[in-house]
Design a protein around this ligand. Structure first.
Ligand code: AP5
Length: 217
């Protein structure tokens, strides 16, 4: 299965990917996580991406398209789920071109819908693991031990782009540059909408129901 997960910052893309990947054994490819790993490792790519990420702008298409094309090559036969990519029509066209060349079209686009007002609270409370990328929330999704990752015991951190001003810019960027992708993929009839302003387990159940019916057809 080849999936794309769309949604505004804080819609719960990373959170939902965890469950989807566990059930369907897909490779989780988060462009944001890959960029953060590159930054932490101090690579040229990470250095180039830094200024864009810190301001809430998008990293230039040419950098992202090449980075993700390389990452997708590592996908197992079961497939992959793309989280945070594509984010512009240009990126989506490049992905389609590359996938169609492999005879492997995108099967479904899962669109997590959330109101901007809900996003702010989610972002200020988010904590994530710098090692494995696991995502928590200080109120909604607490780790077993406060401030520590359940999976590997690493100290949780707050993302540098989760401050109110940068979040506002990320939302504006999302509406202007990424939301048009819903229409882009709708033309192929592969978009499935989900109300993301619900308990994470309810969102997961709705996604599983849709994916279950796709697998059966
Ligand atoms: P990226 O890392 O992709 O950030 P994002 O898309 O803004 O999304 P987030 O990771 O902030 O949110 P999420 O939807 O995954 O929510 P989460 O599950 O964590 O990108 C960062 C930057 O990298 C970009 O700004 C850009 O500069 C660059 N970049 C990345 N990809 C790019 C691309 N393709 N092109 C160009 N530039 C690119 O949940 C958020 C919080 O809410 C968590 O605390 C969670 O516990 C909580 N939560 C989740 N679900 C629920 C729920 N149902 N109820 C209550 N709380 C919930």
């Amino acid at each position: 299965m080849r999936l794309v997960l769309l949604g505004a910052p804080g819609a719960g893309k990373g959170t939902q990917c965890k469950g989807i990947v566990n059930r369907y054994h897909l490779l989780h490819l988060s462009s944001g996580d890959i960029l953060r790993r590159e930054r932490a490792a101090g690579t040229e790519l990470g250095k180039k991406a830094q200024q864009y990420m810190d301001s809430g702008a998008l990293v230039p298409d040419e950098i992202i398209i090449e980075m993700m094309a390389e990452a997708i090559k590592e996908a197992p036969p079961a497939g992959f789920i793309l989280d945070g990519f594509p984010r512009t029509v240009n990126q989506a066209e490049a992905l389609d071109q590359e996938r169609n060349g492999e005879g492997q079209k995108i099967d479904a686009v899962l669109n997590l819908k959330i109101d901007d007002k809900v996003v702010a609270g989610r972002m200020t409370g988010r904590r994530s693991c710098p090692k494995c990328g696991a995502v928590y929330h200080i109120d909604n999704l607490k780790p077993r031990k406060a401030g520590v990752c359940d999976r590997d015991g690493t100290k949780l951190v707050q993302r540098s782009d989760d401050g109110p001003e940068v979040v506002a810019h990320r939302l504006e960027t999302y509406h202007r540059q990424t939301e048009p992708l819903v229409e882009y993929y709708n033309d192929n009839g592969i978009v499935y909408d989900f109300d993301a302003d619900r308990d994470p387990e309810e969102v997961k159940a709705a996604i599983f129901e849709t994916l279950g019916s796709l697998v059966r057809t």
